[in-house]
Design a protein around this ligand. Structure first.
Ligand SMILES: CCC/C=C/C(=O)SCCNC(=O)CCNC(=O)[C@H](O)C(C)(C)COP(=O)([O-])OP(=O)([O-])OC[C@H]1O[C@@H](n2cnc3c(N)ncnc32)[C@H](O)[C@@H]1OP(=O)([O-])[O-]
Ligand SMILES: NC(=O)C1=CN([C@@H]2O[C@H](COP(=O)(O)OP(=O)(O)OC[C@H]3O[C@@H](n4cnc5c(N)ncnc54)[C@H](OP(=O)(O)O)[C@@H]3O)[C@@H](O)[C@H]2O)C=CC1
Length: 268
């Protein structure tokens, strides 16, 4: 492993990252591999998954890919079992795959609602259940669920995604308590606006929309997939061994930054 790109804290361990072909998932997979661990990336499209594997291998890391839709529980079980059997164990699952679009509540079709709930909430459960069977047998493991702060504060325009992420948060806290005695931790990571192709296309497709999102972040900038991946790496590492059932928000103060008294228009 190229020591310039990371430490060896994940050496000998294996992780599965859903949605690992793009954005935050790709950065998290690369960060894990840079720490010396083997990673399997999972998603529907083979091409971006292959590209992630090539990037990791070019940096001296170890990775493979499996094409799978997280909405299909049987396919998920096969994919997770394959990843665990190939490496002889499964230490980490990052549930990062998601689907989203902006629509007024009254315009979300039953199919659109179902698609988002199936990917985000049900898909996260299918992957977690399949991975946990290995982790519980081993007596160790860490699951990280990527959510969004609107899981607790809600968000007009993405009611389907907010509802699904809230479900993931409640599931995380429930299973964290159930599985703590058996050595398995579960946490959530809530990134703020992160410039990825998926989010840009789904959530801020125009310059005006992008500017509005940017203006909502007290830190005054978007974050990067790599910055989010650093927080993910902490939560799935042994450095966070006593943290379970928690949420780490990495959003430049976005969800807290609602006070009008700090606004230029009020101070002047
Ligand atoms: C602060 C930010 C926090 C969160 C950020 C993120 O999550 S960023 C991550 C962002 N990354 C991504 O989102 C990347 C992945 N995104 C995706 O895969 C798709 O956007 C998906 C989520 C819709 C999944 O769809 P799929 O594979 O099942 O494909 P499908 O074509 O079969 O559609 C199913 C249903 O959805 C409907 N529908 C679809 N689009 C729209 C729309 N714009 N408008 C309205 N409706 C829409 C469509 O009409 C159909 O319903 P119907 O007609 O049967 O009632
Ligand atoms: N970017 C942002 O501003 C924010 C993002 N988040 C969260 O971060 C995570 C990553 O988002 P981001 O990197 O921006 O988005 P991307 O669109 O880049 O990532 C979504 C990934 O999920 C995969 N995916 C989607 N549907 C499925 C499915 N049915 N089965 C398997 N894989 C699927 C996609 O691959 P494929 O299409 O090939 O299946 C893609 O790789 C998501 O959970 C998102 O909700 C949270 C807050 C803010």
């Amino acid at each position: 492993m190229n020591k310039e790109v990371g430490s060896d804290e994940f050496t000998g361990r294996t992780a599965l990252v859903t949605g690992g072909g793009t954005g935050i998932g790709r950065a998290t997979a690369r960060r894990w591999a840079a720490g010396g661990g083997h990673v399997t990336v999972l998603g529907r499209r083979e091409e971006p998954l292959r590209a992630t594997v090539e990037l990791i291998e070019a940096a001296g890391g170890s990775a493979d890919a499996v094409a799978c839709d997280v909405r299909d529980p049987a396919a998920v079980e096969t994919a997770v079992d394959r990843a665990a059997e190939r490496a002889g164990r499964l230490d980490v699952l990052v549930n990062n795959a998601a689907g989203n679009f902006v629509a007024a509540g009254e315009d979300i079709s039953p199919g659109g609602w179902k698609a988002v709930i199936d990917i985000v909430l049900n898909g996260t459960f299918h992957c977690t259940r399949a991975a946990a069977r290995h982790m519980l047998d081993q007596g160790s493991g860490s699951v990280l669920n990527v959510i969004a702060s609107y899981a607790w504060h809600g968000h007009p325009g993405t009611a389907h995604s907010a509802a699904a992420k809230a479900g993931v948060l409640a599931m995380t806290r429930s299973l964290a308590v159930e599985w703590a005695p058996r050595g398995v931790r579960l946490n959530c990571l809530a990134p703020g606006p992160t410039e990825t192709e998926g989010a840009s296309a789904a959530l801020w497709p125009t310059e005006a929309a992008r500017a509005r999102v940017l203006a909502s972040v007290p830190a005054g900038r978007f974050t990067t997939p790599e910055e989010v991946a650093e927080s993910a790496a902490f939560l799935i590492s042994d450095r966070a061994a006593y943290i379970t059932g928690e949420v780490l928000t990495v959003d430049g103060g976005q969800w807290l930054g609602k006070s009008v008294y700090t606004d230029e228009r009020v101070r002047t």
